[in-house]
Design a protein around this ligand. Structure first.
Ligand code: UT7
Length: 326
């Protein structure tokens, strides 16, 4: 019996408005008496600029544009989509899910739609879920989106977090195929590390209770990210029996260039094979991997038949990897 794979047949992305450069951010924070510099941000994170949504822009509105771009590349219409999965921690509403709102926006009437919340690993979790549903024969065509307006969770008085994050959306269309596509996926969590990265606000009696801003122990996140990204990469490579030298592209979560470089070094992946967009987008949480992927597909770096390793890591603690033949 032939194996069914989930194959990427289209990618898309969207970032809102004009870029906010480090210098623009430095100026804005100085008005609050918060000191930072372009040099610190670039040296410690690799970030040069990021994008922020307007009040009217949401995860579903940005996700819609990314999804339409992916559908156009795939050459499919909305009624061919059986499943919409949106990875987000900053959805439009508590409910309905952002995926349902996106389903309505694109008119994917036949689809089942739901959100996945795994912070910065969300896209890998969503992809893993969609892949399993395609492999089991439940669905044929899936739209998987990572979309975030993480700027809404930023405390402008906390320079250790507010310089890091940006907004955006990325999407892929997966379709059942006999040709190799997703080769192996692995996702993991450790709730004992929930204290190192969180946004603790809740709705209670109609009001926000607690701290809805991002709280982070940056160094603990950094260390765990490098170790766990390395471990899960080896897991999927071993599962697919692919030697690391055969890997064409490495697309890790885009949080910090130093995390990306350390993870690549640990795996022995040369820098030329690493796709980087953190310089341009900042950390866009669940949108970071599909944003970087779409950029490299559209500029012609990623070619059909090549293998790529996508990785997420973030709050939960959560982490995961997907090894894919494009
Ligand atoms: O998607 C997952 C989410 N998060 C992450 O992946 C973040 C992971 N962690 C990191 O990326 C890094 O830990 C940071 C970028 C957050 C921080 O870099 P670091 O090299 O670990 O710096 P640090 O926390 O050790 O701070 C070094 C210094 C401190 O000053 P002192 O105590 O040495 O005087 C900070 O107060 O840098 C200071 N600092 C800043 N200075 C200027 C912290 N933030 C800033 C800032 N501008 N924005």
């Amino acid at each position: 019996m032939t194996q069914t794979y989930a194959k990427i047949i289209g990618t898309g992305s969207f970032v809102p408005n004009e870029p906010i450069t480090n210098d623009m951010l430095v100026e804005r924070l100085a008005k609050n008496g918060i000191e930072t510099s372009d040099q610190w941000i670039q040296e410690r994170t690799g970030i040069c600029q990021r994008y922020w949504a307007n009040e009217g822009q949401t995860a579903s509105s940005m996700g819609e544009i990314a999804a339409r771009n992916a559908m156009e590349m795939a050459g499919i219409s909305a009624d061919e989509i059986d499943l919409v999965v949106v990875a987000t921690s900053t959805g439009d509403m508590l409910f309905p899910s952002t995926a349902c709102l996106l389903q309505s926006k694109i008119g994917a009437k036949k689809a089942a739609a739901f959100d996945v919340q795994a912070a910065c690993s969300g896209f890998i979790y969503a992809l893993t879920t969609a892949n399993a549903m395609i492999q089991s024969g439940q669905v044929k065509t899936a739209l998987v989106v990572g979309a975030e307006v993480i700027s809404r969770l930023l405390d402008w008085n906390d320079r250790t977090t507010c310089v890091l994050f940006g907004d955006g959306a990325g999407a892929v269309i997966l379709r059942a195929s006999d040709e190799p596509g997703v080769l192996s996926c692995r996702i993991h969590s450790d709730g004992d590390l929930s204290h190192i990265l969180h946004s603790k606000g809740v709705i209670y009696n109609g009001a926000i209770k607690g701290e809805p801003f991002i709280g982070m122990d940056g160094q603990a996140v950094f260390k765990n990210a490098v170790t766990l990204l390395g471990d899960v990469a080896l897991e999927v490579l071993e599962d697919a029996q692919l030697p690391v030298e055969k890997l064409d592209w490495f697309i890790p979560h885009q949080a910090n260039i130093r995390i990306i470089q350390a993870a690549a070094k640990r795996l022995n992946v040369p820098v030329e094979k690493v796709i980087v967009s953190v310089n341009e987008h900042g950390n866009t949480s669940a949108a970071s991997v599909p944003l970087a992927l779409d950029k490299a597909v559209r500029d012609g770096r990623i070619q059909r038949g090549q293998t790529m390793l996508l990785q997420g890591v973030g709050g939960g603690f959560t982490w995961g990897a997907a090894l894919i033949q494009y």
